[in-house]
Write a protein that binds this ligand. Structure first.
Ligand code: FES
Length: 176
């Protein structure tokens, strides 16, 4: 009898909470990332960059054709390091600064992405913070280059969430 009463009271206690949770929990908004053609290799000279929009039609991003050489990387508040690129390489970033949302640029002479608002700069190799107040790295976009040299943005390698879109989840397109 006592056992039956405990079981019954458990049902009354647990059921309202689980029902409440079901009604209160809001599904996370998700954007399905579309494989997006950015350019062909031949269209971006070594050291140059082009702007594009990704993953939505109004979100600014940049594709950079890095020249071989030395690049700083690693959050300066821990320890910046230097990486040597022996070959040219393509990288891409979401350009919205993770500090307060200004657009950052590509500065080939400094081999970094500076943000004009409060003096920040990001690494061209991995988007880490080389100086200034940003709390985290720029999101690095995952690229796929096909046999024709066409370059596609397909997702993110690191650095999520996007500034201003913190509550949005991203789902990459699969080839299945
Ligand atoms: S918004 Fe970029 S450094 Fe402040």
């Amino acid at each position: 009898m006592a056992k039956g009463m405990i079981a019954l009271s458990t049902v009354f206690v647990i059921t309202p909470f689980s029902t409440l949770y079901k009604y209160l929990s809001v599904p996370v908004p998700t954007i399905r990332i579309k494989r997006t053609k950015v350019a062909n290799r031949s269209e971006v000279s070594v050291g140059d960059a082009i702007r594009f929009k990704f993953p939505t039609d109004d979100r600014p991003a940049v594709l950079i054709h890095l020249e071989p050489g030395e690049y700083k990387y690693g959050d300066y508040r821990n320890e910046s390091q230097v990486k040597v690129l022996n070959n040219d390489e393509f990288v891409a970033y979401d350009t919205i600064c993770t500090h307060l949302g200004c657009p950052s640029n590509w500065k080939s002479s400094a081999k970094e992405l500076p943000c004009p608002c409060h003096g920040a700069a990001y690494s061209a190799i991995d988007g880490t913070v080389l100086k200034g107040p940003p709390p985290r790295a720029l999101p690095k976009i995952k690229l796929d280059i096909d046999d024709n040299g066409d370059i596609y943005a397909v997702g993110y390698e690191s650095g999520l969430p996007l500034f201003g879109m913190e509550s949005i989840a991203f789902e990459e397109e699969t080839n299945e």
